[in-house]
Design a protein around this ligand. Structure first.
Ligand SMILES: Nc1ncnc2c1ncn2[C@@H]1O[C@H](COP(=O)(O)OP(=O)(O)OP(=O)(O)O)[C@@H](O)[C@H]1O
Length: 584
């Protein structure tokens, strides 16, 4: 299959979808041809009916009725196999498009910056990948049959009328502007209402996501009613926006139905009047034929117009996906230098970071040289810029000015995905996913032998955790590692970092107090982890800072002191104050 990159444009949702369907062009063309055969009874049966009526009027012959019955049966029975083939081809293409959209969106989410993900609600992102793609699939699955049917019925009716009673051809020309006119009148409002409804639905998803994350806090504070009220407000907004969209769709459906019924009845009465007045030579069979075609025509056009709300909803979903596609806050790695080896020397040259909409810089002219293998502890009050500095070294945050160099090379010129293979992060809150302990430790690594896992577990001081679990490291732990304590989660997180044997380690120590036994175990694990690697640690514990080769004290995004623990205590100043406070 042709896998050229998929692009979706917010201002041209339907055009974007047509382009996305281009790889399935041949399947769709064949499915349309099969559909033509499958649906042929709709426009061929009226001729059989007309012939039967004329035979009745003439009083025979009976044998001809038999032939008509055989022809009708053949026409109807072919519908079964052709319908199955059509579904396989058409829905096969639609499902493949859905799968491609899901994969493209997931891949796109992986390229968007960490800053974007920090701003965006994960529930909304999930909504886009799951619900919006489903809306597009539903749209295609529901419009395919009636639209093709309408095209062929329209074409068939035009041809048949041209052959039998060409005087009535102009009637068909009238139906097109009528249909387009009704659609045009509603189009703009339909787009606005669909967008409002989708945004309200996204807000609702975000609230539900937030509510489920906050459940432990909500319960602990007895705030169930407050949490429920926040979601109820969002649900009420979805209800009212949904209803206003439904009412618009209802008005549209009613208007299109009335317009086309009037057209059909008007044309039939006109045909009858012409026949009575002998203005046009029409037989009773032909009047029946015209009546059947008019009602088939109005039926299909009305059905197609009734699909308009579905198309509007699908288009809105394309716009929703296009928002992700057009999001500029991406980490661009393509074409940049790929590193295969890293020694771990890091240098920051006059680095400043200013977050959007933030009045003051989070980092302000930081210059720092970190030799390979050193352990540097960052300390400072809350908001002093410690996390921002770590995120800058990871490439999650781009410096507003200044340069970060890795082994003397500007990180801006490097493919960060490759760089990060040599970096491990042990975050403050260890994130474990739904899977076995072993899968959590070896996340992202292929074919890791047991001995390597065991050695990482041992070095991370996590053997006792695994021994305490019912199926050892094959025990499934819940999302976010709910069945383990904070200290246990952190040791598994250290094992995960160790097994990757990184050259650079970023460690954000947990601020929460651990009991002294956990503390000792974690410190022992960390000693194994930091040996021989460049380690940057946001330090909250005395034991860590004491061991560090250098301590960097940050305040308001600036470096205010640098030195070893002993040096800084001897000099006095900010560091001595900080540790004095902690010791108290
Ligand atoms: N994504 C962001 N958008 C806007 N401002 C931010 C963002 N992240 C951090 N900041 C601001 O930047 C400054 C430095 O924050 P940072 O998280 O780096 O400090 P920190 O020293 O790690 O704090 P803590 O010890 O509390 O984690 C703070 O004023 C903070 O409000």
């Amino acid at each position: 299959m042709n896998e050229n990159p998929l692009t979706l444009a917010r201002d041209k949702p339907l055009g974007s979808l047509m382009r996305a369907l281009a790889p399935f062009r041949s399947e769709l063309v064949i499915s349309a041809a099969i559909f033509f055969i499958k649906d042929s009874p709709i426009w061929l049966l009226p001729t059989i009916t007309a012939a039967a009526v004329d035979i009745v009027v003439k009083g025979g012959p009976l044998g001809s009725l038999g032939w008509l019955a055989v022809a009708a049966c053949a026409l109807l029975l072919q519908n079964y196999p052709t319908h199955v083939i059509f579904t396989r081809l058409y829905m096969g293409s639609v499902r493949a498009l859905g799968a491609r959209l899901r994969n493209e969106m997931t891949a796109r989410l992986q390229t968007l910056s960490i800053g974007f993900h920090a701003r965006a609600s994960s529930a909304v992102m999930q909504n886009k990948v799951v619900r919006d793609v489903e809306n597009i699939e539903v749209m295609f699955s529901q419009i395919g049959n009636p639209t093709m049917s309408a095209v062929f019925v329209f074409g068939g009716a035009v041809v048949m009328t041209a052959v039998n009673v060409p005087e009535f051809l102009p009637v068909y020309a009238l139906s097109v502007p009528c249909g387009v006119g009704v659609w045009w009148l509603m189009r703009r409002r339909a787009r606005a209402r669909n967008e409002e409804f989708r945004l309200e639905m996204e807000r609702f998803s975000s609230r539900v996501g937030e509510m489920t994350t906050l459940i432990p806090i909500t319960r602990a504070h007895g705030l169930e009613d407050v949490a429920a009220a926040r979601v109820a407000q969002a649900a009420e907004n979805v209800r009212s926006r949904g209803l206003s969209l439904d009412l618009l769709n209802g008005r549209f459906n009613a208007a299109s139905w009335i317009v086309f019924q009037l057209l059909a009845v008007g044309c039939l009465l006109l045909a009858a009047a012409f026949a009575v007045l002998h203005w046009v030579p029409i037989s009773p069979g032909q009047v029946v034929l015209l009546a059947t075609y008019f009602s088939a025509l109005t039926g299909t056009v009305t059905t197609v117009l009734n699909l308009a709300p579905l198309v509007s909803k699908g288009s809105e979903s394309v716009r929703s996906l296009a928002e992700l596609m057009e999001e500029p806050d991406r980490e661009l790695n393509e074409g940049k230098r790929v590193v295969t080896h890293v020694t771990g020397r890091i240098e920051l040259r006059d680095v400043s970071v200013v977050y959007p909409e933030s009045p003051s810089p989070a980092l302000d002219g930081i210059s720092l040289e970190i030799e390979a293998g050193m352990t540097i502890a960052f300390v400072g009050p809350s908001g002093s810029g410690k996390s921002s500095l770590m995120n800058t070294v990871l490439g999650f945050v781009r410096p507003s000015s200044g340069t970060v160099l890795l082994d003397g090379v500007d990180m801006n010129t490097l493919d960060l995905r490759g760089v990060r293979r040599h970096i491990s992060v042990v975050p403050q809150e260890s994130i474990l996913f739904e899977g076995t302990v072993r899968e959590n430790i070896t996340y992202g690594l292929e074919r890791v032998d047991d001995a390597r896992v065991m050695s990482a577990v041992r070095d991370a001081n996590a053997l006792d955790i695994i021994k305490g679990l019912p199926s050892g490291w094959n025990t499934v732990i819940g999302e976010r590692g709910a069945r383990l304590s904070g200290g246990q989660r952190q040791r598994l997180s250290i094992a995960r970092a160790l097994i990757r044997d990184p050259q650079i380690l970023l460690l954000d120590e947990a601020t929460s107090a651990l009991d002294s036994e956990s503390e000792i175990k974690i410190q022992a694990a960390l000693e194994g982890l930091t040996a021989g690697r460049t380690t940057l640690v946001v330090a909250h514990r005395l034991s860590t800072v004491k061991r560090a080769d250098a301590i960097v004290v940050l305040e308001n995004g600036r470096i205010v002191q640098t030195g070893t623990h002993a040096e800084l205590l001897a000099t006095g100043g900010r560091y001595a104050d900080l540790w004095g406070l902690q010791a108290r």
